[in-house]
Structure formats: C-alpha cells, structure tokens
Write a protein that binds this ligand. Structure first.
Ligand SMILES: Nc1nc2c(ncn2[C@@H]2O[C@H](COP(=O)(O)OP(=O)(O)OP(=O)(O)O)[C@@H](O)[C@H]2O)c(=O)[nH]1
Length: 383
C-alpha cells in the first residue's frame, strides 16, 4: 500500500543519504586533520611524528569508510528488497477481487483498482473523495458512527452492509469489513475491504421468490387459486386433532357443480374453466380467515369450517349455493345459470377421522344430487 510501504521506503532513503553525508563529513574531517598536521609539522613536529600521525589517521579513516560503505551496501540491499516487496504487494492489491481502501481523516488515502471499478471511478478521482460521498444519504449517519467507533477503537472489527451510488448513478449494495484504526504516519487510518454484493442479493431474492412460488404452487390449485387436495389432506387431520384437544366441532362442506359436463360440452372447456373460477371466487368471498377452501378435484370443492356446528355449516353452504344461483356467469358471449349441490358433515358426530368425515360429506353430497341437485344436504349418519 503506497502509504505504509512508502513510509518504510522513505525511512530507508533517509538512512542512505545520512550514510552518504557521514562519509562526506568524515572525508572533510580527514582533510582538515591532514591540513592541521601539515601545518603543525612546519612549526615544531619531527618528520617521524608527522608520518606516524598521518598513517594513524589514514588507517582510522579507511576503517571507518569501509564500515560506512558496508552499511551503505547493506542499506541498498534492504532498499531493493523493500522495493521488490512493495511491487509484489501492489500486484496483489491490483489483482484483488475485492475493493481495498485506506481512509485517513475521512478521505480515501489509498484505493485499489477493484475499489475504483466497483464505484465506476478512476483511482485518482477517488483519492480526492471520502466514503460519505458514495453512500446514500439515509445511511450516512450509521456509517459515520461505525467509522468513528473503529477510529476510537471501540470496535475491534467493523462489518456493515450499505447502499451506495456508482458514478453512473447505479445503486449498488456493498459489504464493508475492516478492523479498528491503525496508526499510519502518526494518523489513525482505517483499512477496509469492500465487496459489491448487489448481484448476490439479487440472486438470493430470486431464489427466495422461486422458493415461495414453488411452495405456493405445491399447495394451490393453479386454475382457481384455492388450496389443493394435498393441502386439505395434510391439514384436515391436524384440524381434527386440534378440535379433539380443544373440544370443538369441525364441519366440512363438499360441493359439486351440477351438470358441469354439459357446460363443457355446450360452451367448450374454456367456458367450463370460467365457471370453475367464478364458483371458486364465490367460495373465497364466503370463507372466513380460519376456513380452508379447496378445489378437491375436477368440479368438486371442499370447505373446512373449524369450530362450526352442522347447523351453521349448512347455513354457510346455503349462502354459497344461493350466491351462485344469483350470479349468472358470462361465458362464450352469453350468461348461463349454474347450480351446485352440497353435502355437509361434522366432526365428531359424522366421522372421527378426516377420511370418515370426507366420506360422510361425499355421501351427503350424492344425496343432494339424488334429491334433484341445487341443494344442501347435511349428513344424518352417525360416526
Ligand atoms: N373445463 C374443465 N372441465 C373439467 C375440469 N376438470 C374436470 N372437468 C370436467 O368436469 C366434468 C365432470 O362431469 P361429471 O363427473 O359427469 O359430472 P357432471 O356433469 O357435473 O354431473 P353431475 O355431477 O352429476 O351433476 C367432466 O366433463 C370433466 O371433463 C377442468 O379443470 N376444467
């Protein structure tokens, strides 16, 4: 990262120039000493003294110069190693698949190319900006608070999801994680890793929607939107167990459109479908939230009425029957009168299990058909 490694590199450079300066300084000292020796020799020192002092100084200077040159070479080696390390470090940062940034005093001090790509900016442009300029207004205060906590070292790690705006105006969702502040050049710096998770969230939402759709389709009839037989089978038994525990009655109403085959034959299958949907809509309008309205099969329907006596259930069936009679259905450019027959059975009187109860309702329905259709018959059969 330019900031951190740059500082180490500049320390090494400082050392190198200090060493060079030291060599120059020493050379000057030697020169000055030599001058002094020469000067003093002209006055009162013997040739031998002068010779000895010169040799001693020369040795001293040579030894010190060698020491300094060795230190200089060592420093150059360290410098090269540092440069190589920085290049490697930069290559890693440049090729990173996540955005990496260093923030100092609310501004981007460093961003890697991926970070810039995520926000559709050039690296240099971002270096004149701060995180707040990228995050949507509504989420800025939460972000500021999280960053402040990281700066104060109140948080060991920061991890948050925020919505941001790219330079081209596109809204994206980013996940940011980082650790508490580090000291860079005497200033607290936040180093954070950031990933664009918009696509991942979109896929997750699609999978969730698909899952919900499949769940819906698994228990609903596609034509009418009522629950299907599978759902009825799974829930009626549970409803009866609940009724047994709580001590209430459960009534069921089985209904079947009269002479439905004729509607299909006269007006076509599509007209038949329209009639099925119209009847289903009437059932939905007459159902309470706790009721369970299902398409049992073909033109047969089923209604489960928890905590409902046979008398009330029979009245409910009667109101559905009369609503159908009162509502001629428009098919194939005309309106036709449709009727239905109903069989009512009640737990526990007419059946103790779901199969027994369905059987009793079916029997009552056929009694209604036998009695001339377009009527409601309640099961007289004891469980
Ligand atoms: N349009 C349409 N017709 C269906 C569907 N499912 C079943 N049917 C038809 O419903 C008709 C049922 O006819 P039947 O069982 O003879 O009963 P019905 O004509 O209603 O006579 P009754 O019940 O005795 O009054 C058949 O013609 C089936 O093809 C469906 O989803 N759409």
């Amino acid at each position: 990262m330019t900031g951190a490694t740059g500082m180490i590199e500049s320390d090494a450079r400082d050392l190198e120039s200090e060493l060079k300066a030291e060599i120059v300084r020493l050379n000057k000292v030697v020169e000055a000493l030599m001058n002094r020796v020469e000067h003093s020799s002209t006055q009162h020192c013997s040739d031998f003294d002068q010779f000895q002092t010169t040799i001693m100084l020369e040795n001293l200077v040579r030894a010190r110069t060698e020491e300094l040159e060795a230190a200089l070479r060592e420093n150059e080696k360290i410098n090269r190693a540092l440069q190589e390390a920085e290049e490697k470090f930069h290559r890693v940062l440049d090729q990173s698949l996540v955005g990496i940034t260093m923030i100092i005093e609310d501004r981007f001090h460093y961003v890697n190319p991926k970070f810039a790509e995520i926000f559709d900016y050039e690296v240099n442009q971002l270096l004149t900006m701060g995180m707040m300029e990228l995050i949507i207004d509504a989420e800025q205060s939460a972000l500021r608070e999280a960053m402040q906590k990281a700066l104060n070292k109140d948080l060991e790690k920061i991890n948050f999801i925020a919505n941001a705006v790219r330079r081209n105006g596109q809204l994206i969702t980013v996940e940011v994680s980082g650790s508490s502040a580090t000291d860079i050049g005497g200033k607290p710096a936040l180093i954070a890793v950031l990933a664009d998770i918009s696509e991942r969230l979109r896929s997750e939402r699609q999978v969730k929607a698909l899952h919900e759709q499949l769940q819906y389709q698994a228990i609903h009839d596609p034509l009418t939107g009522l629950y299907n037989r599978l759902f009825l089978n799974e829930n009626l038994e549970r409803e009866l167990l609940l009724a047994e525990r709580q001590g209430y009655q459960v009534s069921v109403v089985m209904s079947d459109l009269d002479h439905f085959k004729m509607i299909n034959d006269c007006y076509g299958h599509q007209a038949g479908d329209t009639v099925l949907k119209a009847f289903a809509d009437i059932m939905k309008r007459h159902a309470r939230a706790s009721d369970l309205d299902c398409r049992y099969g073909g033109e047969e329907f089923f209604l489960v009425l928890p905590d409902t006596s046979q008398q009330i259930a029979s009245e409910r069936a009667e109101s559905i029957r009369s609503a159908l009679v009162a509502q001629p259905i428009a098919v194939a450019g005309r309106t036709i009168a449709v009727t239905a027959s109903f069989g009512v059975a009640t737990y526990p009187a007419n059946g103790l299990s779901s199969a027994a109860l369905i059987g009793a309702a079916d029997k009552a329905l056929y009694a209604a058909k036998d009695a001339g259709r377009n009527r409601v018959v309640s099961s007289p059969w004891q469980a």
